[in-house]
Design a protein around this ligand. Structure first.
Ligand SMILES: Cc1ncc(COP(=O)(O)O)c(C=O)c1O
Length: 443
């Protein structure tokens, strides 16, 4: 085990004339930081970018845990795994089909690998994307030959796709699954390794390893694992953090205990979801990972910011705030007392609220495309006033945060509906990354 080996190394008290530069010297440096456990690929220790001993052993254990054909550890989060997986699978065919509300790293992959991306439409309710449009997916697959489909399940908010249905529709097209928010699903029957060809997950989001620990789960023997790893070594630092790796080691060592903790988490969650609310509302359904607690304050006299400010005053930290809901992330490491505090605070708050009709509903449509993202980003750009952008080609991404859906991406064409939707969102104080003077368009 990596941790045991390091314990021994520390005890042996070597004089360090190797990296890192801090030399484990705590005379000056802050004693609270883990300098003594921070090493690099010194004698007897392994290289994560070409694992042969300790890291190979860790990857073999993760392979067993995730019941997969192969596993590659990432010390650069899911971001690195997403870039590597997409690059590997799109070497021969640049056409890719992508869920519209994909993470920025997917859009970065489209840009840097110069991919020709089409987007799968979303279904929206309560201002959140809760699923994809399966008919849209099927139609797009009929009309083009894609190297891969990039999907996200569970989403940031916890919504799960019907991956079995997608498997049937997609036939032989490979599925790259962004499972950044689902490393813990292996503790549940919600995880099925047969649902994807390659998945990328972040241990730091829902399990115990330190930020940004993650990994790539390969489940199709035909995927060139060496090429995925070569790409990981391209996008990942050449000095992967041993501190992060030890936290992965610790996670692996404790994994069996996680199943019990997951049962307790579910009991606590059931208890929470059972409380009767008059104004606030839990957003939940059977296709949702319930550890992502979504509470809507739509049609009440407060907005999401008021809601989260109130919780913060009561010392409750939330994950994300939107104008009409908040997201709280729970994990197997939350304790009963955390849930009691949350429960009581929400009950008290709910009592003091009243009904107020909310006329705003988030909506969006995918604009028509003139150019690929990469082509558009390389063109000369200028800013036009909002009112003069109709039929112009966007030179930038405009995101609505939350729910994290791009309203337009570089190369897509503004139309009157999109412009008026953006104006509406601005009126609702939805966070949009827009220049002050107007929209960035191609010159
Ligand atoms: C859906 C999704 N995918 C991928 C990532 C990237 O994960 P990481 O921070 O581990 O690189 C994130 C980050 O929040 C995310 O929300």
């Amino acid at each position: 085990m990596l941790i045991d080996k390091l314990d021994q190394y520390i005890e042996d008290n070597y004089y360090s004339f190797a990296m890192p530069g801090h030399k484990r010297n705590k005379n000056i440096l802050n004693k609270a930081l883990p300098y003594d456990r921070d090493i690099t690929e010194i004698r007897g220790f392994d290289n994560l970018n070409d694992p042969k001993t300790i890291f190979k052993d860790m990857e073999d254990k993760l392979k067993e845990i995730y019941k997969s054909f192969d596993f590659i550890i990432s010390t650069n989060g899911s971001t690195c795994g997403i870039l590597s997986s997409i690059r590997t699978l799109t070497r021969k065919n640049k056409n890719i089909l992508v869920q519209r509300n994909s993470h920025k790293s997917v859009y970065n992959a489209i840009e840097i690998f110069n991919l020709d991306a089409d987007f799968i439409d979303l279904l929206i309710d309560c201002d959140i994307a809760y699923d994809i449009d399966y008919d849209d997916l099927e139609n797009k697959l009929k009309n083009k030959d894609y190297s891969a489909i990039v999907l996200t399940s569970p989403s940031y908010e916890g919504f799960m796709l019907n991956l079995k249905r997608i498997r049937k529709i997609s036939k032989n097209t490979k599925i790259i699954l962004d499972m950044a928010h689902g490393s813990h699903l292996i503790l549940d029957k919600l995880y099925d390794e047969l649902d994807f060809d390659i998945a990328i997950t972040s241990f730091h989001k829902n399990l115990s390893a330190l930020t940004p620990a993650g990994g790539v789960i390969i489940n199709n023997k035909s995927i060139d694992k060496k090429e995925v790893r070569r790409n990981m070594a391209i996008f990942q630092t050449s000095s992967p953090s041993y501190i992060i790796c030890q936290s992965i080691d610790d996670m692996i060592d404790n994994f069996q205990k996680f199943y019990m903790l997951y049962n307790s988490l579910n009991e606590n969650l059931d208890d929470l979801y059972n409380i009767k609310l008059s104004n606030l509302k839990f957003i939940n359904n059977k296709n949702k990972d319930k550890s992502k607690i979504l509470i809507s304050c739509k049609n009440t006299n407060i907005n999401g910011n008021d809601f989260s400010n109130f919780l913060y005053k009561k010392k409750i930290e939330v994950e994300m705030v939107s104008y009409s809901y908040i997201l709280l992330l729970s994990s197997i490491f939350n304790q009963k007392k955390d849930f009691n505090k949350l429960k009581q605070t929400i009950i008290n708050m709910d009592k003091n609220l009243s009904y107020k009709k909310d006329s705003f509903d988030f909506s969006y449509k995918i604009p028509k495309r003139a150019l690929s993202i990469n082509d558009a980003l390389r063109r000369k750009k200028k800013i036009v006033d909002f009112n003069n952008a109709d039929k112009k080609i966007s030179g930038s991404f405009i995101y609505a945060y939350p729910p994290g859906i791009p309203l337009i991406v570089p190369g897509e064409i503004f139309d009157i509906d999109i412009i008026s939707n953006i104006k509406n969102l601005l009126e609702q104080s939805v966070q949009l990354n827009i220049e002050k003077g107007g929209f960035i368009i191609l010159d």
